[in-house]
Design a protein around this ligand. Structure first.
Ligand code: B12
Ligand code: SF4
Length: 431
């Protein structure tokens, strides 16, 4: 048990702009403003949880750890309040880094190295570090004190309160040179209230996914599947709209918004009684197999304007081998249904699965062409995208990569371009 922390700083990161520390300051904004680009919902969630929900006597400041000076056109108003590295070292007892992907991990570690003193604690959280937590605390000993795996609210609160390290859920740390991983608790999900800056349009109504086993390429860092109640969903949505009447679209980042039709219909019932503003739209992620005729009226009431579909392949065997629940036919049917009802679709495919045959890739392009045909003359618009399979840490495919390239097992910083090449080498060298 140690003292509760008074001043906490949570940093977010945008695209990896390599930092150069000469004459540099870090932008720290204690009043929310729209002029900062790398707005992490995670940091708003953590701040709101300890300040509003738990009412801990702490001030959590949010800062942007990106190298703002490197690209003012991207980050906007450089006249924002900012603190120097010296000032940050002096002021904050706990500094958190939200690192959701590999692109900003190296930058975050570089900055953490500058900010670390014997008087502060450095904690990392987010998707990327969750999957490489043990490697991160071992490889960055002396810089990263703790990594929080998966949902971070309870662990963050424990660190702020100064709870005994061994009692804090989801915490990974070094003790006498040995990596300790505390038991993982089911993710917390609750309303997030904050004065979001104008451009924060990210909205969370559930965490996790009900697809078991997970898709073989999936690397999301969540434990279990938890969702807001329909009443909380409505209250949070109204909070967003009330705080920002200019907001025209909200991106619901849930991995599968249609996981429970019953829940979606209950949410819709609330908004049938008190409709959303006319020109307001929701963007959702959905599995094509969950898009059925009977859910369309609810989607209309909720003013869903576009859906992102993980079609992922047009080949039935590939879909099965990746533990997907959708079929190639689902991809076409769901797209037609959405477009017919004026809902835009972004359909995403992947190629480069283990042992994927050329004929199977052709099935994928045929499936995408079917979607294109289905989109002709429809009210909704279609966007197609395709990427090469990336074996992210935390996924089943990453374990396959490690079998052939054991070096990845102990790494915390991975160039995903290299990982993709190595993965391709295993399966496609002779083709
Ligand atoms: C929104 C989003 C984006 C937005 C980001 C906007 C923003 N500024 O936040 C945009 C579109 C820009 C984006 C871009 C990318 N993204 Co993205 N994105 C997401 C998405 C859908 C939601 C993230 C989110 O806000 N979740 C809600 C918050 C509340 O949850 P959370 O971030 O997990 O945070 C919780 C915990 O992780 C933890 N935590 C997080 N940070 C911290 C910090 C501390 C100190 C503590 C204690 C705890 C903690 O506590 C939080 C509360 O429980 C996720 C998928 C997902 N469902 O998570 C993908 C996801 C994170 N993205 C991903 C990827 C790959 C990318 C890109 C690299 C894609 C690309 N190829 O360009 C880029 C890189 C962005 C960059 N660095 O420049 C992957 C990461 C895979 C991985 N394991 O690394 C994910 C998981 C999607 C996926 N399944 O593939 N993304
Ligand atoms: S990829 Fe999406 S649908 Fe598949 S298990 Fe992960 S979150 Fe669920």
């Amino acid at each position: 048990m140690s003292e509760p922390v008074k001043n906490v700083l949570l940093l977010s990161f945008g695209k990896g702009h390599l930092r150069n520390f000469s004459n540099e300051t870090i932008r720290v904004f204690t009043e929310f403003t729209h002029a900062v680009a790398s707005k992490k919902l995670a940091n708003y969630a953590l701040k709101d949880y300890v300040e509003r929900v738990l009412k801990l006597p702490v001030q959590v400041d949010l800062g942007d750890g990106s190298n703002l000076e490197a690209s003012p056109e991207w980050y906007g108003n450089l006249a924002l309040p900012s603190y120097s590295i010296e000032k940050i070292r002096e002021r904050y007892g706990l500094i958190g880094f939200s690192v959701t992907d590999e692109i900003c991990y190296d930058d975050a570690v570089k900055l953490a190295r500058e900010l670390k003193t014997p008087n502060n604690k450095i904690v990392f959280g987010g998707n990327w570090v969750s999957a490489v937590a043990e490697n991160a605390v071992r490889n960055q000993a002396g810089i990263i004190d703790y990594v929080v795996k998966y949902g971070g609210e309870k662990a963050f609160a424990g660190l702020v309160r100064g709870d005994a390290v061994g009692t804090i859920p989801n915490l990974v740390y070094l003790q006498d040179g040995v990596v300790k991983s505390n038991p993982i608790e089911k993710d917390y999900v609750g309303e997030i209230h904050a004065n979001f800056p104008e451009r924060v349009e990210l909205f969370q109504s559930s965490r996790g996914c009900n697809n078991h086993p997970r898709c073989a390429f999936c690397s999301i860092s969540s434990k279990g599947y938890s969702m807001l109640t329909p009443e909380q969903f409505a209250s949070q949505l109204r909070h967003y709209i009330h705080n920002n009447p200019l907001l025209k679209e909200i991106n619901i980042i849930d991995d599968n918004f249609l996981a429970s039709h019953k829940w979606v219909k209950k949410c819709a019932e609330i908004f049938e009684r008190e409709p959303l503003p006319k020109d307001f739209k929701l963007l959702i992620y959905a599995a094509p197999n969950d898009v059925t005729e009977d859910i369309i009226p609810a989607l209309k009431t909720l003013q869903v304007g576009s859906m992102f579909f993980g079609c992922d392949s047009g080949d039935p065997d590939i879909l099965k081998s990746a533990h997907k629940r959708n079929t190639p036919e689902d991809n076409i049917r769901a797209t037609e249904l959405a477009l017919n009802n004026g809902i835009d679709v972004a359909a995403s495919y992947i190629i480069g699965y283990p042992n994927e045959e050329v004929a199977q890739m052709i099935n994928t392009s045929k499936n995408a062409l079917e979607l294109l045909k289905a989109s002709q003359g429809k009210k909704g618009k279609l966007r197609l995208q395709c990427q090469i399979l990336a074996p992210y840490p935390g996924s089943e495919y990453f374990n396959l990569l490690c079998k052939h390239y054991p070096k990845y097992k102990t790494m915390d910083s991975i160039d995903m371009g290299d990982a993709i090449n190595d993965f391709q080498n295993i399966y496609f060298n002779d083709k």
